[in-house]
Design a protein around this ligand. Structure first.
Ligand SMILES: [Ca+2]
Length: 87
């Protein structure tokens, strides 16, 4: 699972960077968070990215909780796994 290792490495870098640069603006459209919980489920993200597969979502879900938080989304954007829709 090389991609998982890469994603975890990027997460560490992103978390470290978040403290240095508060403006972690790059991400996806907040309107995709239809239930407003601040996390992106697979159906929510797929609404904005119709070509997204569940395997890709799982690769982005570093914590494995089935939801993407802001950091996981930013990492996925940084890694080129999804295109940013804002920022
Ligand atoms: Ca949500």
């Amino acid at each position: 699972m090389k991609i998982m290792t890469l994603t975890k490495t990027l997460t560490v870098a992103a978390v470290a960077g978040a403290f240095l640069t508060p403006a972690l603006a790059q991400g996806v459209d907040p309107a995709l968070d239809t239930n407003g919980d601040g996390m992106m489920s697979f159906p929510e993200l797929q609404a904005g990215y119709p070509d997204l597969t569940e395997d890709q979502f799982t690769a982005m879900d570093v914590s494995g909780d089935g939801l993407l938080d802001v950091i996981e989304i930013a990492d996925a954007v940084d890694a080129g796994m999804i295109a940013p829709t804002e920022g």
